[in-house]
Design a protein around this ligand. Structure first.
Ligand SMILES: NC(=O)c1ccc[n+]([C@@H]2O[C@H](COP(=O)([O-])OP(=O)(O)OC[C@H]3O[C@@H](n4cnc5c(N)ncnc54)[C@H](OP(=O)(O)O)[C@@H]3O)[C@@H](O)[C@H]2O)c1
Length: 449
């Protein structure tokens, strides 16, 4: 059963907390335990697990009765009908979410705001605390002490020297990409092997290594993981460089060398060119001779993109991207667009392509692209679209090693400089994620244990 406590004008979280305590009393009397969630918007949701024997109509009726009873007992504080005009100063106990036809029983995990708040389960002590407030993203990441796991067969334990921060960490944290919770975080790091499990032939204690991908848990002093996607580091690559470059650099590798294999004579559009993947991809493409048009949101980021070899930059918060790209390409458009921004840039990106061009939509920094009508590809010039993922390209051990060798070569040769724009203490991982989500970072960000 779910009760959605929604404050009317003049009421707030404190009033919702009071009503939540009354709901809890009634539910307890009914033999039901209740779990509060601050919704991240205005109010509180209460969840009470049932044994599954009642139909949604029956649950709906009970919840409705509960809301009416509360309104009778506390007419000044509670209302059980949706009427907006009567809600002023009161809390609506919305029982209607129990209807089986509703699809909103689960709370939103993240609110689309300048500083996004999250729906998060809370303890009753927190609900009773007068300082109760909605949580921001950075507040739902908790540091815990655990004994580092001994490596099982096929695993190694790595003492992290540095950990890479990635946008995918935010998607996992906000629930855009599913993860089983509670969970560790992070999929990229580098350090020294300090223990080796059985059946591991190619790694030894003391090896300097880097890794990418699952299992989650790189945000830690020690990370125990299978040797899959773990690689020994050449002397020329430091642990910090590797932690800043494994996930982002291997992504640039497959985007530029596999998804669309650049030849060197193209003019391409690369979004977020001063970001983590963007900085590496921009340098790599320009080292291949490609003219990169990079989009950025500030003058400072434009400077950075230029330093990364961008041939031209467009501030996509101020300029018309399609017009500028058409101007810069003498009307031709680009053979390929690398788009990690997603929702906000989707349609403009298609309009920047030449006929039969390839749209590589590889990220959702502004939100996922949804509800695409495929006919749009026909209308805009028989376009191709792909939505790739690094983990679809890493493939077998040989492919992984080949991609790493390619990446390490461009770093060691100086074609790609790994620009570590920010360093955070591991304990400040929440702040680091907030800065990344707020578009305040440039280049790569690492966490240092
Ligand atoms: N598919 C894959 O295999 C794969 C692998 C790695 C990464 N990615 C994707 O690549 C992108 C870059 O990842 P990253 O870790 O290197 O991050 P990042 O580029 O360092 O940060 C994201 C950048 O996106 C831009 N952006 C545009 N609209 C935004 C918005 N509404 N909110 C936040 N940022 C916005 C910002 O640059 P401006 O301020 O200049 O706009 C921001 O700095 C992400 O979308 C990520 O999911 C995909």
């Amino acid at each position: 059963m779910v009760l959605d406590l929604d404050p009317g004008e003049g009421a707030g979280l404190a009033e919702c907390a009071r009503v939540a305590a009354w709901c809890r009393e009634i539910l307890t009397d009914m033999g039901l335990e209740s779990f509060p969630v601050t919704s991240g918007s205005k109010g509180i949701h209460l969840y009470a697990p049932l044994d599954g024997s009642a139909s949604s109509e029956e649950v709906d009726q009970v919840a409705h009765e509960l809301a009416r009873a509360l309104e009778t007992d506390h007419p000044e504080e509670v209302i059980s009908t949706q009427s907006r005009s009567k809600r002023t100063g009161k809390v609506l106990v919305d029982w209607s979410q129990n209807n089986g036809k509703k699809t909103t029983v689960c709370p939103y995990s993240l609110r689309g705001r300048l500083r996004p708040t999250v729906a998060a389960p809370r303890t009753w002590e927190e609900i009773e605390d007068p300082a109760l407030a909605h949580l921001e993203m950075a507040e739902v990441l908790e540091r815990v002490e655990v004994e580092p796991a001994a490596p099982a067969a096929g695993e190694v334990r790595i003492k992290n020297a540095a950990i890479g921060l990635n946008f995918i960490d935010i998607y996992l944290r906000t629930g855009l990409y599913p993860a089983e919770l509670p969970s560790g975080m992070g999929q990229e790091g580098a350090g020294t092997i300090d223990a080796v499990g059985a059946d591991v032939d190619n790694f030894a204690v003391g090896d300097r290594v880097a890794y990418v991908g699952s299992p989650l848990g790189a945000y830690a002093e020690y990370h125990t993981r299978p040797v899959t996607n773990v690689i020994k580091l050449p002397d020329a690559i430091s642990c910090e460089q590797a932690a800043a470059a494994m996930l982002k650099g291997l992504t640039a590798q497959y985007l530029l060398r596999q998804t669309y294999r650049l030849q060197g004579d193209e003019t391409i559009l690369l979004h977020a060119a001063a970001g983590g993947v963007g900085s590496i991809a921009c340098q790599w493409a320009s080292a291949l001779g490609v003219k990169v048009i990079g989009t950025v949101s500030t003058a400072e980021k434009a400077e950075r993109a230029k330093r990364n070899g961008a041939w031209a930059t467009i501030n996509y918060t101020q300029e018309n991207v399609v017009e500028r790209v058409r101007e810069l390409t003498a009307g031709a458009g680009c053979p390929v667009v690398y788009d990690s921004v997603g929702k906000a840039t989707w349609e403009d990106s298609l309009d920047c392509l030449m006929r039969r061009g390839l749209m590589v939509s590889y990220g959702n920094a502004s939100g996922p692209v949804e509800n695409v009508n495929l006919a749009i590809l026909n209308q805009k010039g028989s376009l191709f679209v792909t939505r790739p993922s690094l983990f679809g390209y890493l493939g077998n051990r040989e492919q992984f090693e080949t991609m790493c060798a390619d990446l390490f070569d461009v770093i060691a040769s100086g074609d790609v400089h790994i620009d570590i724009g920010q360093r955070y203490a591991l304990a400040d991982a929440g702040q680091a994620q907030q800065a990344l989500a707020d578009r305040q970072t440039t280049g790569s960000t690492i966490l240092v244990p």
